[in-house]
Design a protein around this ligand. Structure first.
Ligand SMILES: NC(=O)C1=CN([C@@H]2O[C@H](COP(=O)(O)OP(=O)(O)OC[C@H]3O[C@@H](n4cnc5c(N)ncnc54)[C@H](O)[C@@H]3O)[C@@H](O)[C@H]2O)C=CC1
Ligand SMILES: O=C(O)C1=N[C@H](C(=O)O)C[C@H](O)C1
Length: 250
């Protein structure tokens, strides 16, 4: 069977370098390009890349995806910075290339995907909920894509359950002290030397709390998800948001 021709964008970055090694080690894939900032995107077409793993920056990702979709190259995207406007733009591009697939995964690690799922399930049982994400100090965006998605899922679950706004008696606060509000859920971002990628979801009810915590201790935690996403996206036209759609989660 012929191998899947895969390229990595952001190949010299923290996760990109790990993805290059993972694709090279995969028996069913061939790494045809490993591009960094300033490299020509035309290389993707010249090398016949079938799928791209996009791990760059929020400032670069849209231009890269525009190129990929125009050339019918499927994409697995870990880069953060997704807004409703960006997703709408992506959908419009994909409408013009109906056979192309794009997977955007706020987090490729199984533990983080499960954290989001468990938090969504728990949300309707607890009056209070806050999200704390903790990352290495080089991260350029806050809150993390994972925390944003987690809060959105919790907010939607609370809304479906008809829950009231969270109890919060704060009347005076320093700017930022109560975190950023994402769909009614406070999200707090910590940046600390020594950390990689971690998240806690704290839920509180009458006389009890529940804490769901996930830790990515190494970039290898993201690789099985990246490889799975790459194998699946080539047969999944259109936009898929979240790796959970490629896992047997119910
Ligand atoms: N979804 C997930 O599971 C994960 C997502 N991420 C996300 O991936 C992105 C990258 O993270 P890191 O590797 O930590 O950042 P990084 O800064 O180490 O790497 C980004 C790399 O992309 C390169 N780059 C920038 N523009 C480019 C372009 N137009 N073409 C090719 N390369 C370009 C940079 O030079 C840099 O080498 C971030 O948005 C981060 O949040 C990171 C880890 C896991
Ligand atoms: O920048 C990172 O490192 C990570 N980014 C993603 C995010 O913003 O959620 C995924 C993971 O947390 C690592």
């Amino acid at each position: 069977m012929s191998k899947l021709r895969v390229a990595v964008l952001g190949a010299k970055g923290r996760i990109g370098a790990e993805a290059v090694r993972a694709v090279e080690a995969a028996d069913d894939m061939e790494l045809v390009a490993a591009l960094g900032r300033g490299d020509k995107l035309e290389t993707l077409a010249d090398t016949g890349a079938q799928a791209v793993v996009e791990l760059t920056t929020p400032a670069s990702v849209m231009g890269n995806l525009d190129f990929c979709i125009r050339h019918g190259i499927h994409a697995v995207v870990g880069t953060t910075g997704w807004t409703d406007e960006r997703l709408a733009q992506l959908t419009t591009w994909l409408d013009g290339s109906p056979e192309t697939g794009v997977l955007i995964a706020p987090n490729f690690s199984i533990g983080a995907v499960l954290t989001m799922k468990f938090a969504e399930q728990a949300a309707r049982y607890f009056e209070s909920v806050e999200v704390i994400e903790l990352h290495h100090p080089h991260k350029v965006d806050a809150p993390s894509g994972t925390a944003t998605r987690t809060a959105q899922l919790i907010g939607a679950a609370r809304e479906r359950a008809g829950m009231a706004a969270q109890p919060d008696g704060t009347t005076t606060a320093l700017d930022g002290a109560r975190g950023a509000q994402v769909d009614g859920v406070p999200v707090h971002s910590i940046r600390l030397r020594g950390l990689l990628a971690h998240q806690e979801v704290l839920l509180g009810g009458e006389g009890e709390t529940l804490t769901i915590r996930h830790d990515s201790l190494h970039h290898s935690s993201f690789m099985p998800g990246i490889l799975l996403g790459t194998r699946r996206v080539v047969n999944t036209p259109g936009l898929t948001f979240g790796l959970e759609h490629f896992l047997d989660l119910n």
